[in-house]
Design a protein around this ligand. Structure first.
Ligand SMILES: *[C@@H]1O[C@H](CO)[C@@H](O)[C@H](O)[C@H]1NC(C)=O
Ligand SMILES: *[C@@H]1O[C@H](CO)[C@@H](O)[C@H](O)[C@H]1NC(C)=O
Ligand SMILES: *[C@@H]1O[C@H](CO)[C@@H](O)[C@H](O)[C@H]1NC(C)=O
Ligand SMILES: *[C@@H]1O[C@H](CO)[C@@H](O)[C@H](O)[C@H]1NC(C)=O
Ligand SMILES: *[C@@H]1O[C@H](CO)[C@@H](O)[C@H](O)[C@H]1NC(C)=O
Ligand SMILES: *[C@@H]1O[C@H](CO)[C@@H](O)[C@H](O)[C@H]1NC(C)=O
Ligand SMILES: *[C@@H]1O[C@H](CO)[C@@H](O)[C@H](O)[C@H]1NC(C)=O
Length: 628
């Protein structure tokens, strides 16, 4: 079959040409390419790229390979890039893996050397004003291609079929026309072709995608959209012998002009000679073949059968290794995606290591890898059910999904980007950081109290958090703070709990290892003292300044009621002493030795709200009088 020969030989030639054309670069050539790019494209915000500073460490948007020898990613979203991406600039970054120029004002065509950088695996160009046709020479390593919200014209190139690694293809809101090519991309998980002017039947290979992938294309038809009317329902079943030849011919024509263009560009006469010989040989064979009978299109049908097999086997695999998602969760990934995501350690806690995982489609989640789980699968699942049922609340980080196997227990949470309270309070103190002001602290503490009160109201008012500490308090813009890591204590061997949490643990928990809602209140009290004093309870073991915070505060307070307990950072704010003292009293009630003396969490919320109100009332005393 000539067809197959073409597929074997053409890539060979292309790679030969490529070898000849590209010299492998280095950091110097990368730097030059970037500077040339910055110099030749207008941009709204200034890029702080300068030869006097190291590319890998201080150029905004640039990330290098771990060894610092090549530029690996370039991310310049929304910096007002304007006009055409110049050719022969970014295209020279031949170790580039990720390019994001989304949300700029790029216009005209995309130069063909950019999407074809061989190492490129993610290309984000959405929300620009790019026009022209979708480039047909694309890196075979592409896994993520987003050209949505541009003005691309013409047909979807069939070369996308070659992108065997592609997992996401976003082309929505362009002006693409013609029919959708029948590509078989085994890894494709995300597709959006909505709001173009595509027409004709949706190819069988893409019919598994939801209707939302094809919206706003009035001339498209077939599952999952309405049935096609004019087209016979099942052309692939009865392949007329004449039919396959026609598309093949035009395909062939396209192919040969493609080669000729490539050669012209390469400009090597030896290669031209070789190719001409090849062409003659192939076309001879073709003629011979055509006269010897119609080809059966075996390759294609074979491909069709292969795909479903792959699908079902991987589906079975997925069934075995399934992430369990909770209701109302909009995430759409599987274990394999998760394991393939790029991960970064966020922290090593008492229950295991926490990672930030960025999935291939850009979604970021937090994955907690539990160690020392002592309960069996059923008990684990039951506890997860309870945790998963904790209703939505702005001050609680919801558990989205979990995974249980003999060797691995994973929990998936939403990613909260602003970090945790412990690092906010204690980080950068020596480095002249911006102090954490009183209003912010009150907002945080109020959010935490509400979050815990919400957790306590779950499970018939019996649910406990079990692991309240500053590093489990996450900061958010909207609600100020939210609590994470609740409900895991029952899964863990208590002996495994390291001494670091001791500072937050109530006396009865240390003695009897039994957590209750009242022991949560104690932990919250310690957290509140931490926020007021700026001191960490039982700081890193081995250090001298280890404090049992409640006892230390009690001793200072007993001797004389001074401002000495409060965080020095708070000293600069006027008129907050009274509030601070009131808040300190709330904290002292929470850390009472006997559980019965401690208030309930909902009462704590009320007390904190009182402090907040008296605070604003002081500022607006006239209004207070009006209200009586
Ligand atoms: C980097 O590559 C350029 C040409 O591509 C070459 O002139 C230069 O010497 C190389 N530099 C290093 C440090 O290898
Ligand atoms: C450039 O900007 C980035 C991000 O704002 C910053 O991290 C980097 O230090 C800056 N580099 C220089 C040389 O100012
Ligand atoms: C394509 O990706 C694979 C796997 O990430 C990598 O090994 C290979 O070097 C890449 N190809 C190119 C041309 O960079
Ligand atoms: C990629 O696909 C296009 C169109 O199907 C084809 O012309 C080209 O030869 C393919 N390239 C390789 C290297 O397979
Ligand atoms: C995408 O196209 C649809 C239909 O024309 C339109 O309703 C929607 O606003 C567009 N989205 C954007 C971000 O332009
Ligand atoms: C959309 O495609 C149809 C034919 O498929 C054509 O008649 C129509 O003019 C196109 N509309 C636009 C806005 O290009
Ligand atoms: C595709 O994009 C359109 C328009 O922006 C959107 O309405 C639709 O929900 C998207 N489809 C999918 C599957 O995400």
């Amino acid at each position: 079959m000539d067809y197959h020969m073409v597929f074997i030989l053409i890539p060979l030639f292309i790679s030969l040409l490529c070898l000849q054309a590209t010299a492998t670069g280095n950091l110097t050539s990368d730097t030059q390419a970037l500077l040339k790019f910055a110099a030749s494209i207008p941009h709204g915000r200034k890029l702080n790229w300068s030869l006097t500073t190291p590319v890998c460490f201080s150029w905004v948007g640039v990330t290098c390979t771990p060894d610092g020898t090549r530029v690996k990613s370039l991310r310049l979203p929304g910096i007002g890039l304007f006009g055409q991406i110049p050719a022969d600039t970014l295209g020279n970054l031949d170790a580039l893996e990720i390019l994001s120029l989304r949300s700029n004002r790029l216009t005209v065509d995309l130069p063909s050397d950019v999407p074809s950088i061989p190492s490129l695996h993610s290309l984000y160009l959405q929300h620009n004003k790019l026009s022209g046709i979708v480039p047909s020479s694309l890196s075979f390593n592409l896994t993520f291609l987003d050209l949505s919200y541009n003005s691309f014209l013409g047909e979807i190139p069939f070369t996308i079929q070659n992108l065997t690694q592609l997992t996401a293809l976003y082309l929505q809101n362009n002006s693409l026309s013609g029919s959708i090519p029948d590509f078989h991309l085994p890894k494709l998980k995300h597709l959006n072709l909505s709001y173009n002017n595509l027409s004709g039947p949706i190819p069988e290979s893409l019919q598994n995608f939801p209707v939302e992938a094809f919206l706003g294309n009035p001339f498209l038809c077939g599952s999952p959209l309405a049935q096609c009317i004019a087209v016979p329902p099942s052309p692939p079943i009865s392949p007329a012998p004449v039919l396959p030849i026609k598309p093949k011919r035009s395909f062939w024509k396209r192919l040969s002009t493609g080669i000729i263009i490539t050669i012209a560009a390469g400009g090597s006469s030896i290669l031209i000679l070789l190719v001409i010989i090849l062409l003659i040989w192939i076309s001879k064979r073709r003629r011979r073949e055509r006269s010897s009978g119609a080809p059966k299109g075996k390759g294609r049908t074979g491909g069709r059968i292969d795909k479903p097999e792959e699908y079902s086997s991987s589906a079975q695999e997925a069934e075995k290794n399934k992430l369990v998602f909770f209701e109302g969760c909009s995430y759409n990934f599987d274990l394999e995606d998760l394991l393939r995501a790029s991960a970064e350690v966020l922290g090593k806690g008492s229950y295991g290591t926490t990672y930030k995982a960025v999935l291939e489609d850009g979604v970021t989640v937090v994955v907690k890898r539990l160690k020392e789980v002592v309960v069996g699968k059923r008990e684990f699942e039951q506890q997860m059910e309870i945790i998963g049922r904790v209703a939505q609340h702005p001050n609680v980080v919801p558990l989205r999904s979990y995974y249980y196997s003999k060797d691995e227990k994973l929990l998936v949470f939403d990613y909260v980007p602003s970090g945790n309270f412990s690092s906010l309070l204690h980080g950068g103190r020596d480095a002249g950081r911006t102090p954490l002001d009183w209003d912010t602290r009150v907002k945080i503490v109020h959010g935490v109290a509400r979050g815990i009160a919400h957790i306590h109201a779950q499970g018939g008012g019996k649910f406990i958090h079990g692991n309240i500490k500053a590093s489990n308090i996450l900061l958010t813009k909207e609600s100020g703070s939210c609590v994470s890591e609740y409900g895991l204590a029952p899964l863990m061997s208590s002996a495994a709990t390291p001494s670091r949490v001791v500072g937050y643990r109530a006396p009865e928990v240390i003695e009897h290892r039994k957590s209750t809602q009242k022991s949560d209140v104690y932990s919250f009290g310690v957290f509140l003292l931490e926020l007021l004093t700026g001191k960490a309870p039982l700081q890193s073991p081995g250090r001298d300044d280890v404090v049992d915070l409640p006892r230390w505060v009690q001793s200072v307070v007993r001797e004389e009621w001074t401002a000495e307990v409060f965080d020095v950072e708070l000293m600069r704010y006027p008129n907050i002493e009274e509030d601070m003292v009131q808040m300190l009293q709330v904290a002292m009630q929470c850390v009472a030795r006997t559980p019965d003396e401690r208030p309930k969490m909902e009462d704590v919320v009320r007390m904190i709200e009182d402090v907040r109100c008296s605070n604003s009332a002081n500022r607006q005393s006239s209004e207070e009088k009006v209200e009586g």
